[in-house]
Design a binder for this molecule. Structure first.
Ligand code: FES
Ligand SMILES: [Fe+2]
Length: 358
């Protein structure tokens, strides 16, 4: 092993944080992709991208290129996007097809993943097309979002989400449409970014603007089996966040293990998908969902919300990249958790250890 042994203490008051070498090196990331990203429900796209028969899009989960397609029976299917011939891509980008044709030598598969045609393959012995179907993965939806799980033994998405859909409140995702998207590359390990998201401890110093909007004294982090939720009332005199009716809609920040964040405000929600690119490079994909986003007034609101989010994200990127540099220090190995403020980070590390050990 090229990273150190870590004994995780489930008692936060006694626990040491993750060792610094867990945030560096190819080996830990290789294991995380195999044991975590390939075994958890991963957000891959939206139902409106595959609304009719033959619509498809491609994505990558862990190390697996995948295709999500609306099949002939109008049901969503997820397949490996790796041709069974010599591993070419069966589909690229997104679009609409009657059959899926590999762009290398033209092997063709049905929308159900069955191998149909193999050009110029006469004379090949002991070859049964039935043995060369595209491997299929679990695919499920919640609201307008599509999730895939590469693990055939995984619990269902609804079991994985527990009561999260109820807590999501009136934000019934199919009503809200994608209004904006932004990709950010951050020079840090994916866990540095997730750790940072999971505590409000840094808000007063890192996000002075956000701190003026949220009631930090009432900020709380609640942990469930596979997700956690941070909530905070929006202040009476907030000017940049929209307050809910009668103060009943606090800002809610959901995190679903391992790499999805859903930020819920009274008038919109956004997803942040955290994708490791290399041990110290991470892609964060931000997507905002609004009602009536074609409306001119709402468009202005989207712009305003994205601008405020950019400000907070730039502050987070700066601190995450500084932390990554700190983790390279020879004098730092591991630290401790605040019992009051870092239970969400400790919960993430508990799940991380659970998955790495099973
Ligand atoms: S790799 Fe797909 S047809 Fe050859
Ligand atoms: Fe932050």
């Amino acid at each position: 092993m090229t990273f150190s042994n870590y004994i995780f203490d489930p008692r936060i008051a006694f626990a040491d944080t993750l060792p610094s070498d867990w945030y560096r090196g190819d080996e830990i990331l290789r294991i995380e992709k195999e044991k975590i990203f390939a075994r958890t429900w991963q957000l891959v796209g939206r139902v409106d991208q595959v609304a009719s028969v033959g619509n498809y899009f491609t994505a990558i989960v862990g190390n697996e290129p995948i295709i999500v397609v609306c099949g002939k029976d109008n049901k969503l299917q997820a397949f490996s996007n790796v041709c069974r011939h010599r591993a070419g891509p069966v589909a690229k980008g997104s679009g609409k097809r009657n059959v899926l044709q590999c762009s290398y030598h033209g092997w063709t598969y049905s929308l159900a993943g069955k191998l149909l045609h193999t050009p110029e393959f006469d004379g090949v012995e002991c070859f049964d097309k039935a043995n060369y179907c595209l491997p299929q993965f679990k695919v499920e939806t919640w609201g307008g979002l599509i999730f895939v799980n590469l693990d055939v033994n995984a619990v269902s998405l609804s079991a994985y989400l527990e009561d999260l859909p109820n807590r999501f409140g009136y934000h019934n995702t199919p009503d809200l449409k994608l209004a904006a998207r932004k990709d950010w590359y951050v020079d840090c390990n994916w866990k540095v970014y997730v750790d940072n998201y999971l505590e409000g401890y840094h808000i007063p110093l890192v996000h002075p603007g956000l701190n003026r909007e949220l009631d930090y004294g009432k900020y709380e982090v609640e942990t469930k089996r596979y997700y956690s939720i941070q909530h905070s009332p929006i202040k009476e005199n907030a000017t940049r966040l929209v307050k809910g009716q009668e103060n009943s809609n606090p800002a809610q920040y959901f995190w679903l293990f391992p790499n999805l964040m859903i930020n819920v405000y009274p008038d919109n929600f956004s997803t942040n998908l955290i994708i490791p690119i290399s041990p110290n490079k991470t892609l964060t994909v931000f997507e905002w969902y609004f009602r009536n986003s074609e409306n001119e007034e709402i468009k202005k609101e989207v712009e305003r919300v994205v601008k405020f989010s950019d400000e907070v994200q730039i502050e987070d990127i700066e601190i995450c990249e500084a932390v990554q540099r700190g983790l390279d220090s020879h004098t730092y190995y591991q630290g401790r958790y605040s019992v009051k403020r870092e239970n969400g980070v400790h919960h993430f590390h508990a799940l991380l250890m659970e998955y790495l050990q099973k």
